[in-house]
Unconditional design. Structure first.
Length: 263
């Protein structure tokens, strides 16, 4: 689906179904240097089970035009503009990594637009190491290799995949390599600069889920403890033996958790 947002064309995957804004809506937001395709399995399940699904490529990512947003707050504002353009009054928001920060910011800043949120692979705050920032600036292929290695559990590193024939490491690396030059650095810098998460979490008025990969090296489960303490009534779950790329490593388990939470 192509849709105009803020003067630019945006691509959003609808899960293989014609988008119908009269249905309950769920919006999936990807992480740094990724695009909508990291949500393919989850988006397709929800689209075929009664939901209006949007899994957009963020500005400057994938098939969407414009420049990548320089801050988490800007991504959150863009997300609301996307909902306006699609005719969505209120939606459940699901975000991964950088996308989870944007979802948190949007739910706190625009509570009337958000029914509930799911934060996957979250760390609040989400500091990025100087080594990774330097690599993203000066040697992007090295930065991508670093992220790819840190994004998968030991089992994922050895080739295990829930989808026969799918090479997790190769798929994730090729996906990040498709990003335009400079996108990775912009995204990582936005994550590193975001320091409002805990303050925003205390403002949440909707149900919230935190879903962690038990073997996540990018955003380890302990990095969500302060966030969980700040969100009233939050549900926090850990998928054992799963890394940061939990939607690819355990797609069915992620669907099950989201299905139960979103209802």
């Amino acid at each position: 689906m192509e849709i105009a947002v803020a003067g630019h064309s945006v691509y959003a995957y609808t899960g293989g179904k014609t988008f119908d804004p009269s249905l309950p809506a769920v919006v999936f937001i990807h992480g740094a240097a990724l695009d909508h395709s990291c949500w393919n399995l989850q988006a397709r399940w929800f689209a075929h089970h009664g939901w209006a699904v949007l899994a957009p490529d963020l500005p400057g990512h994938g098939r969407s035009g414009g420049q990548p947003a320089a801050s988490v707050a800007a991504i959150a504002a863009w997300l609301v503009a996307l909902m306006d353009a699609a005719g969505i009054a209120r939606a459940a928001l699901v975000g991964h990594s950088m996308g989870s920060l944007a979802v948190l910011e949007a739910a706190a800043g625009y509570p009337e637009r958000v029914s509930r949120i799911a934060l996957l692979g979250n760390a609040t705050p989400m500091p990025v190491s100087e080594a990774l920032l330097a690599a993203a600036r000066d040697d992007e292929p090295r930065a991508l290799r670093m992220i790819n290695a840190w994004s998968h559990s030991a089992r994922g590193q050895t080739g295990a995949s829930a989808v026969p024939g799918l090479w997790l490491l190769g798929m994730n690396l090729r996906l990040m390599e498709r990003a335009n030059p400079g996108v990775l650095l912009t995204d990582l810098a936005a994550c590193n600069a975001y320091r409002d998460g805990l303050e925003q979490a205390a403002k949440l008025a909707c149900p919230a889920l935190i879903l962690c990969g038990g073997s996540d090296q990018m955003a380890p489960p302990k990095a969500t403890l302060a966030l969980a303490a700040a969100i009233p009534g939050v549900r926090r779950m850990i998928l054992a033996g799963t890394g940061h790329a939990l939607m690819a490593e355990q797609p069915d388990a992620v669907i099950d958790v989201l299905r139960d939470f979103l209802g």
